[in-house]
Design a protein. Structure first.
Length: 258
């Protein structure tokens, strides 16, 4: 197993991607700490992990709260992997000229704050041991994506944070890696689309058309799955990926440039 005897802390573990990652990490032998703001969703993931013979603990806290995150990390016996999958409140589908300032700034402020807080807290513990992996995920929209609101700037800021952390922490034995993932069919429900873009009130046929269009934009002509994202994350968190840091793994299927 890839992560035997590893302790992994997953922020946003009650979400679709966070839950998939947590289940995969546990299946690969990690002792998983599930962190989020909603006990019900965390408990559901923990129950699945326990039923499969894995080990998981839950912690209900806000990953934007520096004190709460630092206190939780300090309470753990060890931290080998930290993965931030916290939602940022992105608003999309509105031209930038019509987008309220609050909606533009929110994903930038939220994304940078939570990633910095969680990465710093974990890295301080990891540096004591001389090893560890910090992971994060965004959509890879930093290189010019229209109608994406503050998503592109937020991704750009987080991408830069990954590079800078990797440069500083590499000499101390730590790795920092980002994943780019977007348009995952299992996460694109009507309700979730509406939460991001109020104009995306799609029926089932329109939703399937959207997914087909996304697949056609990718170099592979297929959409990524939750299982593929989780498996990629498990590999990057493992010792087999010991030479990978300061970079980003594209699990979107390689979006074709506009």
């Amino acid at each position: 197993m890839l992560l035997t005897d590893k302790t992994a802390v997953i922020y946003g573990a009650g979400g679709s991607i966070g839950g998939a990652v947590a289940r995969t990490f546990a299946r690969e032998g990690a002792h998983v700490h599930l962190v989020g703001r909603t006990a019900k969703t965390l408990d559901a993931v923990a129950s699945d992990i326990a039923a499969a013979g894995g080990h998981a603990e839950t912690a209900v806290l806000d990953a934007l709260d520096e004190t709460a995150v630092t206190t939780h990390i300090a309470s753990l016996d060890a931290v080998d992997v930290s993965f931030n999958l916290v939602t940022r409140g992105d608003v999309q589908g509105v031209p930038l000229l019509d987008l309220p300032v609050e909606d533009f700034v929110r994903p930038v402020e939220t994304g940078v704050r939570t990633n910095f807080i969680t990465a710093r807290a974990a890295a301080r513990r990891m540096a004591e041991a001389g090893s560890g992996v910090v992971l994060t995920l965004d959509s890879g929209s930093a290189h010019g994506s229209p109608m994406m609101g503050g998503t592109g700037p937020a991704d750009a800021a987080i991408d830069t944070l990954v590079r800078n952390l990797a440069a500083e922490l590499g000499p101390r034995g730590l790795r920092v890696v980002g994943l780019w993932a977007a348009g995952v069919p299992e996460t694109l429900t009507r309700e979730k689309l509406l939460a991001v873009d109020s104009a995306m009130d799609l029926d089932e046929a329109a939703l399937q058309g959207l997914l087909a269009n996304l697949a056609g934009m990718r170099m592979t002509r297929r959409n990524p799955t939750l299982a593929e994202i989780a498996a990629t994350a498990a590999f990057l968190a493992s010792d087999l990926a010991g030479g990978i840091t300061g970079t980003f793994v594209n699990v979107t299927g390689g979006m074709v440039p506009h």
